[in-house]
Design a binder for this molecule. Sequence first.
Ligand SMILES: [Zn+2]
Length: 174
Amino acid sequence: MKIKKKRFLFNMNWYKKAQNDDPPEWEFPEAEHDYNPSWDYEVDSIPDQKLVQIAEQTINEINTKIVPQIGMGVCKAAYIKEKSPDALARYIYGTQPNPVFVIDLENIKRIAEECSRDLYCDPETEIIIGIRTSLFHELGHAIQEWMNIDMNEDEAEQFAREYQDMGEIWRFWE
Ligand SMILES: [Zn+2]
């Protein structure tokens, strides 16, 4: 009986602590706009740091290797929880010239794990590919807005695949 009570108290404290963990402040000082993803989405306050690292490396790659060749400003990703279990990432329209992407890392992880089970491939690799291609795909949409051309899913997807597979920027807008 005594042990049970102790356990309960421990759990209560843990719960309280978790509740007090406010999501980190959204900071994007380079941006020309003040868009904050928390206006529209539930921010993931404790995202998996391993997944965050993959996403941050990808954004860094976008900002150093792709964006300078396009003339657009630097991009940033926010970690959010989508309502739909199938939603992976989005580009927030109107955030030019500094595109904001929102990404649901847990959804990508779950879908990548399902895929790797079906295809008998390495789940860790699928997660990395999933995060990278999701961000490259959304970058494709950001480029479509930046270049003032129509939104096109096939173009965004091919842009993502070519960069992921070959490291080549497919200049679909030219
Ligand atoms: Zn799309």
